[in-house]
Design a protein around this ligand. Structure first.
Ligand code: MG
Ligand code: MG
Length: 266
């Protein structure tokens, strides 16, 4: 799983180089598919099927711009200055899945969008900090929810994090809302994807006619950060890493949402 996570990290780092005004996300997806194939892996999202939708997901990357929360398609429409874009990548390598996501600023973004990115990323770490042996799934959701709602954001309920391992989506579900001490007990050895999906408005979402693209109902922008964590007896291990992504952003002079991670990423 560390190797799967590392491959996702390589793909997201290459995407960090490419995110700029005018970039085509369809081309970024093409590059991602090539990198995944060259590594001897398989894109986990391409061909993925969900109930009540005849169309399997068409790409290796979920590319979600502005009011798209998650599951957007790569497109021929160029990224524009001021956009925010969540790029989510999943791979299967030697039978194990990696799945994580980062939301990027395209050029200069508004102060509101910058705050949304920072606060969403911070809420991810607030959730992760609660990923401790003996605690409950609701402790993670409660931490994300209370952090975000205190700042006036909407926390999407209809989509959740998940267990990950030999399958892309395993039990348990990891909601971004919850009550302390409620839900499945966390145990050392569990591997989870924690992925807050946070909006600048309400928590309501709508799905496009394609059955995939999830948008905010009120048109407000949405952000999405995802890490893969391993539950331990002590603090959780973060199997994924934003480090190389953010080194590229720093080299480019691009916006980096600051967050107090506390946990050492490995
Ligand atoms: Mg996920
Ligand atoms: Mg993901």
């Amino acid at each position: 799983m560390r190797r799967s996570a590392a491959l996702v990290g390589q793909v997201l780092t290459e995407m960090a180089r490419r995110v700029e005004p005018g970039a085509l996300t369809s081309e970024m997806n093409r590059v991602a598919e090539e990198m995944i194939a060259d590594a001897g892996a398989r894109p986990a999202f391409k061909g993925y099927r969900i109930a009540r939708n005849d169309m399997p997901f068409p790409a290796a990357l979920c590319v979600s711009v502005n009011d798209v929360v998650v599951h957007g398609f790569p497109s021929e429409e160029p990224l524009k200055e001021g956009d925010i874009v969540s790029i989510d990548c999943g791979v299967e390598l030697d039978g194990y899945f990696g799945d994580y996501a980062y939301t990027f600023a395209v050029g200069e973004i508004s102060a509101e969008k910058a705050a949304l990115l920072r606060d969403t990323k911070q809420s991810l770490y607030e959730g992760i900090r609660n990923g401790l042996h003996g605690r409950r799934i609701g402790d993670i959701g409660h931490a994300v929810q209370s952090y975000c709602e205190a700042r006036g954001y909407g926390v999407v309920r209809d989509l959740v994090g998940h267990g990950v391992g030999k399958r892309l989506h395993e039990d348990p579900q990891v909601p971004n809302v919850g009550r302390r001490g409620v839900g499945k007990k966390l145990k050392a050895g569990m591997t989870l994807c924690v992925e807050p999906m946070i909006t600048g408005g309400t928590s309501d979402i709508v799905v496009d006619a394609d059955g995939w693209t999830v948008r905010t109902a009120d048109g407000s922008p949405a952000a999405h950060y995802e890490h893969m964590i391993l539950i331990n007896r002590g603090e959780p291990t973060v199997l994924s890493s934003f480090d190389s992504i953010e080194s590229v952003l720093a080299e480019k002079g691009a916006f980096i949402p600051s967050a107090e991670t506390v946990l050492a990423e490995t």
